[in-house]
Design a binder for this molecule. Structure first.
Ligand code: ADP
Ligand code: TYD
Length: 212
C-alpha cells in the first residue's frame, strides 16, 4: 500500500537562533515516538551545497546574485534529486523537517538585493513544494550574535551584527509579504532550550497530525 504523503516543515531563524540544536532534538523525539521523520538542511551536503560551504569557508567571493542563484540550484537539487530528494522522501511517507528553506534565501539575500528578485528566482521551488508549515525561531539579533561569537571561531561571512539585523528585518518583511500564501508560525527562541523545544514539538505534532 502506498503510504500517505508526509508533511514538510521548514525551520527558520537568524544565525544562532538554535535551529540546528532544536531540529536535532525535535527529530529524535518524534522518531522515538514512532513518527517517520527525515531531517535535512540547507545549504545541503550535496554537490552544490558543498560548493557553497566551500566558498564560504575559503572566502571565495562571487557577486551576490551568483551566490543567491547557487542557493536556488542547491534547493532544486535538494527537492528533486533521485537518491534522497525531499519530494521522494515525502512520497515515501516521511515527514521532512528542514533546517532552512527558501525563507532563508528571502531573508539573507533580500537583505542586500531586491526581495522581489529573490522571491522570483525561487519560484520553481515554491511551485514544486511549499512547506506545510514554516516555523520561525525568533531571537533578537544581538542574542544571535552573542551566541555565535561565544561558540564559534569560524564566523561566517553573514555573521556581523549589522548583517544579522538586516536579515532579521528582511525575514519579517518576507513573512508580511507572503502571509496569504504561506503558513508561518513564530516562536520565542529567547528562552531556555527546553521551553523552545516544547513549543516546537507541539506545533510540529499539530501539523503532522493535522490538528493545526
Ligand atoms: P543555529 O543553527 O540557528 O545557528 P545553533 O543550534 O547552532 O543555532 O545554536 C547556536 C548556539 O546557541 C549553540 O552553541 C547552542 O548551544 C546555543 N543555543 C541554542 N539554543 C539556545 C537557547 N535556547 N539558549 C541558550 N543558548 C542556546
Ligand atoms: P547554516 O549552515 O544553516 O548556518 P548556521 O548553522 O550558522 O545557521 O547556513 C549557512 C549560511 O548560509 C547561513 O549564514 C545562512 C546562509 N544562507 C543563505 O544565505 N541563503 C540561503 O538560501 C540559505 C539556505 C542559507
Amino acid at each position: 500500500m502506498q503510504s500517505k504523503r508526509g508533511k514538510f516543515i521548514a525551520v527558520e531563524g537568524i544565525d544562532g537562533s538554535g535551529k540546528s540544536t532544536q531540529v536535532a532534538e525535535l527529530c529524535s523525539r518524534l522518531k522515538a515516538e514512532g513518527h517517520k521523520i527525515y531531517p535535512t538542511f540547507e545549504p545541503t551536503n550535496g554537490p552544490i551545497g558543498s560548493l557553497i560551504r566551500q566558498m564560504f569557508s575559503t572566502r571565495i567571493t562571487a557577486d551576490d546574485k551568483t551566490i543567491a542563484a547557487l542557493f536556488v540550484a542547491d534547493r532544486l537539487d535538494h527537492l528533486q534529486n533521485p537518491v534522497n530528494g525531499v519530494l521522494k522522501k515525502l512520497e515515501e511517507g516521511f515527514t521532512v523537517i528542514t533546517d532552512r528553506y527558501y525563507f532563508s534565501s528571502y531573508a539573507y539575500h533580500g537583505a542586500h538585493m531586491p526581495l522581489d528578485w529573490v522571491i522570483q528566482s525561487n519560484a520553481l521551488s515554491a511551485e514544486l513544494l511549499r512547506p506545510d508549515l514554516n516555523i520561525f525561531i525568533d531571537i533578537p539579533p544581538q542574542v544571535g550574535f552573542d551566541r555565535v561569537h561565544a561558540n564559534r571561531a569560524d564566523v561566517e561571512i553573514y555573521e556581523t551584527l549589522e548583517n544579522i539585523k538586516k536579515v532579521y528585518a528582511t525575514y519579517q518583511k518576507a513573512f508580511d509579504l507572503l502571509n496569504d500564501v504561506e503558513k508561518i508560525v513564530s516562536i520565542d527562541g529567547n528562552r531556555s532550550m527546553e521551553e523552545v523545544a516544547g513549543d516546537l514539538y507541539q506545533i510540529s505534532v499539530d501539523c503532522i497530525t493535522e490538528r493545526a
